[in-house]
Design a protein around this ligand. Structure first.
Ligand SMILES: O=C(O)CCC(=O)C(=O)O
Length: 271
């Protein structure tokens, strides 16, 4: 699964960069669907797609269209992408659950995304935890941010490396603009993914490219025995739009015993 170097990186920084996780055809299809859906108003979106915030009500926010996997198989496939799974399986100790995908567009005039997440004080949220031990790294909540465009230095994802283990309150004047070594920008190319634990303090700088919006797919996973919110899990009314494996990846599963889809993925990764 993860190499020793990757585990060292993830433990040290709280994130990993996985290069070129998308097939070129999938990348172009995602961009095309992203532009098509983001060109629609909230009521025009194909069900069950919806926006985290209706752009008509919050025009300055980056718009995140939720649940794209129900509307096109390219986003269903992405949830089980082997390069992403290699990290997610290892870091969740082979007990992953897909929580939510979001197809997000940031324009040059979209609001910046302030620093959030991180461990503050001595009491951690047990549903969002990070640990390392016995030669392993372990997190209960992971976010895979797959970029569909080249992200130039000075815009996009920023984080405070190591903050997934920090104990003390972040000073008020530390923000997304603070710069290195405290706040680090992570420019990546189209098709690359940043996988981070949600205990990492992170945010995003304003988008700089005038020629194209920032398009990102955020794919979030938790441990399969966690219950995040009432009603979480696959949308039963739209179950027939998902592959059986993704349906199972969205289900909660007991702590003991692996999901058959996980067994299958491990075989593929080992094969
Ligand atoms: O736009 C980004 O890269 C940051 C996204 C973010 O903060 C999140 O998904 O929690």
């Amino acid at each position: 699964m993860l190499t020793d170097d990757e585990k060292w990186q993830f433990d040290l920084h709280g994130f990993l960069i996985l290069k070129q996780v998308l097939a070129p055809d999938d990348l172009s299809r995602m961009v095309a669907l992203c532009d098509e859906w983001h060109g629609l108003s909230e009521s025009e979106l194909p069900p069950p797609l919806s926006s985290y915030e209706d752009p008509a009500k919050n025009p300055d926010s980056a718009r995140a269209i939720l649940d794209p996997e129900y509307a096109d198989p390219v986003f269903d496939r992405l949830i089980l992408n082997l390069q992403i799974m290699r990290a997610v399986l290892d870091i969740t100790d082979n007990a992953p659950q897909h929580l939510l995908s979001a197809l997000t567009v940031n324009q040059t005039d979209s609001n910046e995304i302030g620093l959030h997440g991180g461990t503050v004080g001595s009491i951690r949220n047990p549903a969002n935890d990070y640990q390392a031990g016995d030669g392993r790294v372990f997190a209960t909540f992971l976010n895979a941010a797959i970029s569909l465009v080249n992200v130039p230095p000075g815009s996009g994802f920023v984080c405070i490396p190591g903050s997934h283990k920090s104990y003390f309150q972040r000073p008020e004047d530390v923000d997304i603009y603070t710069g290195p070594p405290t706040v680090v920008n992570v420019p990546i190319n189209a098709g690359d993914a940043v996988i981070f634990t949600e205990t990492l303090c992170h945010g995003a700088l304003p988008w700089l490219r005038e020629d194209t919006p920032r398009r990102t797919v955020f794919v979030r996973y938790s441990t399969s025995y966690a219950s995040w919110s009432p009603g979480a899990g696959p949308k039963e009314d739209f179950k027939d739009r998902l592959s059986e494996d993704v349906y199972q990846m969205k289900q909660q599963w007991p702590f003991q015993g692996k999901k058959p889809v996980v067994e299958k993925l491990i075989e593929q990764l080992n094969g």
